[in-house]
Design a protein around this ligand. Sequence first.
Ligand code: GRG
Length: 299
Amino acid sequence: MSARPDFVHWMTSIQQRTESALETLLPPASRPPDRLHEAMRYAALGGGKRVRPLLVHGAGHLVDADPPRLDRIACAVELIHVYSLVHDDMPCMDDDVLRRGKPTVHVEYDEATALLVGDALQTRAFELLADAPVADVPADQLAMLALLARASGSQGMAGGQAIDLAAVGKQLSRAELEFMHIHKTGALIRAAVLLGARAGHPLPADELERLDHYGKQIGLLFQVVDDILDAEADTATLGKTAGKDAEQDKPTYVSLLGIGDAKRHAEELLADACATLAPFGARAIHLRALAEYIARRSF
Ligand code: GRG
């Protein structure tokens, strides 16, 4: 199913403004330490679907948030995401040589630089949220900083990654697999939605909870679809359902449920995410289209 032209137009415009905001908000490669700055820009610019920035803007639209303010928040979330990819690709983790169609940072530069790139992107993300207004009152801005920190740390993405590493070679139950993904990939996706939703006019607690549920469901949806795409790519290229993850004996939704049930689960998550948005009506137009995009994406 192809996305509607108005959504494609909106998505392209957000991707472009995110790229140009990142260009501006990352330190220039000419400023010392120039090799580190060049490597940070190498990692963050010119690639990726920008799903998390799209979610920030989609949720921000729902609360009439100021677009330049959303750009800053979107960049902060994207920088956390890029840091996680840089570290995840390193030899001590997944040991990948390609990311976003080009050599990974430790291959193009070196391992120590990749480590520092991740560290510096992460701290730059928090700096972005701290050094300009992203909410109307300072207490809300602090709450947003705490939200991003929790989603990134041991109770969020980094914790999920630790669970993932510990799961290699083990059988996980469906509940354990879900718990891992709610943290590893889901926490940051959920944070992107909530941060966008906090950047404009205040929402009542029940509406924020509704958006949190939407974020949780599309975070899981993102991962189920990722597992399906990986399994289908492996089948196409290797003639079997075992690729890198299976070689490393990592549990996936496809290995646990089978491809048919994994696809059915993705449809259920999509339906639930869209039902959760129903009371928002037209204000949730972009969030609804983003859930569809995450479900139907082909890469
Ligand atoms: C190293 C602290 C630390 C955490 C790593 C999210 C993560 C945790 C690692 C990424 C590993 C991975 C490939 C997970 C599968 C789902 C995923 C997050 C894919 C990459 O995200 P996309 O598809 O990538 O949004 P782009 O390049 O489009 O931004």
